[in-house]
Design a protein around this ligand. Structure first.
Ligand code: F0G
Length: 356
C-alpha cells in the first residue's frame, strides 16, 4: 500500500496550528526533514551521547524558514495581504520570496548590503522578490521593515510575526514524533532568536497535549562577535563569518532567555574558528553539508563537551542544522583545499593518486 504523501507542515499538524478550513495552504511541502543519526561525531562528545542532526537544509528553499513562511504567507493571504516585507540575513528572504511567488503576491526583502551569502541572494532574485540591499546591518533592516509594515499595507513576515513561530514549532513535533520522546538536549544556533522560541513552544505544547511527558534542555549558541544574549547587552557592530546569525539585537531576545531559563538550558558563544572547525567536520566526517551558522549548534556541543558537560551520562542530543551548505558556496570554497590541477593524461593522474 502506498504511504500517504507528506502534505506540508500546515496540513500535517493542522490540529495544533491556528488555521481553519478557510486558511489557504500556501505550501511547497516543507518539513518532514530527516533526523540523521551521527555516525562519527557523537563519540567525540562523550561515550553515552546519542547525537542526531535535524537537517533543515533539505526544505524547499533549503532552510528551516520554510516552516514559518508557509504559515506566515498563508495567514497573510487569508487576511487579504497583497504584499509582504521582511528584513533578512538571507534565509528568511529566500523563503518569503518563494512562498510569495507561490501565493501570487509581492515580496519585498531588505538585506544588509554585502553580508548575505551568494546562494541566498540568488534565491531572492530568482523567486522574484523586490530585493533591496540596505547600507546597514540586519538590525537596521529590521527597524526599517517594522516601521514600514506599521504604517503601510504590507504584511511583516519576520519572526516577530506570531505565525512564523507557530510554523517553526513543527520541527519540535517532528523530533518527538521521530524519537517517540523529546531528546534530553536540543542544540540550536541563535540569531534573531525566533527558532529557539519556536522549538520551545513546540516541546511545551506536545507535553501539554500529553503527547510527551517531559521537556528537553535547550542549548542555544551565538557567534562570539554577535552574542548579545550571552553577554547581556546589545551588540552595536555584530561581526561573524556566520552571516545568518550576524545580529546584535534579536527580536525574540526575551522569549529565548525564557526558553533557556525554563528548560534549565544554556546559552553560550562560539568563536568563528570553532564554527568553521565544526562546519568542516560536519561535511567531511559526517557527510552533512550545512551553512556556517548551522554548525554553531555542533560547535557549541563540542565546547560544552570539552568542559565535561556530558561526562559519561547517557543522553540523546539533537542538533538542528538550520540551512544547507550550498547557501554559502564562497565560504565552502574558501575554507577547503583548492582542487588539484592535472593534465588530460592518465599516467599523470594515476601517479598523483599513488596508484602506480
Ligand atoms: N541558522 C540560519 C541558517 C539562519 O538563517 C538563522 C536566521 C539562524 C540560524 C538563527 O535563527 O534568527 O531564529 O535565531 N536567519 C534569519 C534570516 C535572521 O534573516 O534568515 P533565529
Amino acid at each position: 500500500m502506498a504511504a500517504r504523501a507528506w502534505p506540508g507542515v500546515i496540513e500535517h499538524y493542522r490540529r495544533l496550528l491556528p488555521v481553519s478550513d478557510a486558511t489557504p495552504r500556501i505550501t511547497l511541502l516543507e518539513g518532514n526533514t530527516p533526523l540523521i543519526p551521527s555516525a562519527h561525531l557523537a563519540e567525540r562528545l562523550g561515550p553515552g551521547v546519542r547525537l542526531l542532526f535535524k537537517y533543515e537544509g533539505v526544505n524547499p528553499t533549503c532552510s528551516f524558514k520554510d516552516r514559518g513562511m508557509t504559515m506566515a504567507v498563508s495567514k497573510a493571504v487569508e487576511e487579504g495581504a497583497t504584499a509582504t516585507i521582511c528584513a533578512s540575513t538571507g534565509n528568511t528572504s529566500a523563503a518569503a520570496a518563494a512562498y510569495c511567488a507561490r501565493a501570487g503576491i509581492q515580496s519585498v526583502v531588505l538585506i544588509p548590503d554585502g553580508y548575505v551569502a551568494l546562494g541566498k541572494l540568488a534565491q531572492a532574485l530568482a523567486y522574484g522578490a523586490r530585493t533591496i540591499a540596505v547600507d546597514g546591518d540586519f538590525d537596521a533592516c529590521l527597524r526599517l521593515v517594522r516601521e514600514i509594515s506599521d504604517n503601510y499595507a504590507v504584511a511583516l513576515v519576520n519572526s516577530l510575526n506570531p505565525f512564523r513561530i507557530q510554523g517553526q514549532k513543527t520541527a519540535a513535533f517532528e523530533v518527538c514524533d521521530a524519537l517517540g520522546a523529546p531528546p534530553e538536549f536540543h542544540a540550536l544556533p541563535v540569531g534573531n532568536a525566533g527558532n529557539i522560541t519556536s522549538y520551545w513552544l513546540g516541546y511545551c505544547e506536545y507535553r501539554e497535549q500529553g503527547v510527551t511527558d517531559r521537556l528537553p534542555h535547550m542549548l542555544g549558541f551565538q557567534a562570539a562577535g554577535a552574542a548579545p544574549i550571552v553577554t547581556g547587552g546589545r551588540v552595536d557592530k555584530p561581526e561573524t563569518l556566520a552571516t545568518a546569525i550576524r545580529i546584535g539585537n534579536p527580536a525574540r531576545w526575551e522569549e529565548a532567555s525564557r526558553a533557556i531559563e525554563e528548560s534549565a538550558g544554556r546559552i553560550e558563544a562560539v568563536s568563528d574558528d570553532e564554527i568553521v572547525a565544526a562546519y568542516r567536520e560536519l561535511s567531511s566526517v559526517e557527510g552533512i553539508f550545512c551553512e556556517p551558522a548551522s554548525a554553531a549548534s555542533y560547535a557549541g556541543l563540542k565546547k560544552l563537551a570539552a568542559e565535561g558537560f556530558f561526562g559519561s551520562r547517557r543522553c540523546t542530543v539533537v542538533a538542528t542544522l538550520t540551512g544547507h551548505g550550498l547557501k554559502d558556496p564562497d565560504r565552502a570554497v574558501a575554507t577547503a583545499a583548492e582542487p588539484e590541477q592535472a593534465p588530460d593524461d592518465i599516467d599523470a593522474i594515476v601517479e598523483m593518486l599513488g596508484l602506480a
